[in-house]
Design a protein around this ligand. Structure first.
Ligand code: AMP
Ligand code: ZN
Length: 117
C-alpha cells in the first residue's frame, strides 16, 4: 500500500473536497487555493511525476478529465490554466503526479517566476 498523501486521498482515507472522479482519476479542490478555482487531478495509481514511466493510458485519463473538471467547476467558458510542477526546481511538493487546474479570474500572461537564475 502506498502511504503517500494523494494515494490516501484516492483511497478515501484522507478527506478531500472531491469534485469529480472515475475509475482512473480523482479531482479535488486544492487545500491552499492560489486562484478562485484551484483543483487537482490525480491518477489513482501512484507515479512520482511525469518522469516515472507513466503509461499513456494514465496520461489520457488524467488529461481527458481536465475539461470535465473545468465544466464542473464552472471555468470551462472563461478559461483556465493547467500546470504540472515536475521535480524540485518546479517546486513539486507532493510526489504523486498531479495536474493543477486554475481559473475563475483573469491571469497575467507570464506564468513563471524564478527564485534564482
Ligand atoms: P505541487 O507543489 O505541485 O506539488 O502541489 C501540491 C499541491 O497540493 C499544493 O497546491 C497543496 O496546496 C496541495 N495539497 C497539499 N495537501 C493537500 C490536501 N490534503 N488536500 C488538497 N490539496 C493539498
Ligand atoms: Zn501516491
Amino acid at each position: 500500500m502506498e502511504e503517500c498523501l494523494f494515494c490516501r486521498i484516492a483511497r478515501g482515507e484522507v478527506p478531500a473536497s472531491v469534485v469529480y472522479e472515475n475509475d482512473e482519476i480523482v479531482a479535488f479542490d486544492d487545500i491552499s487555493p492560489q486562484a478562485p478555482v484551484h483543483t487537482l487531478v490525480i491518477p489513482r495509481g501512484h507515479y512520482d511525476n511525469l518522469s516515472d514511466g507513466v503509461p499513456s493510458e494514465v496520461f489520457s485519463a488524467v488529461f481527458s478529465a481536465v475539461p470535465e473538471v473545468a465544466r464542473v467547476k464552472g471555468v470551462e467558458d472563461g478559461g483556465y490554466r493547467v500546470i504540472v510542477n515536475n521535480g524540485p526546481d518546479a517546486n513539486q511538493t507532493v510526489t504523486h503526479l498531479h495536474v493543477h487546474i486554475m481559473g475563475g479570474a483573469a491571469m497575467s500572461h507570464g506564468m513563471v517566476q524564478m527564485e534564482r537564475s
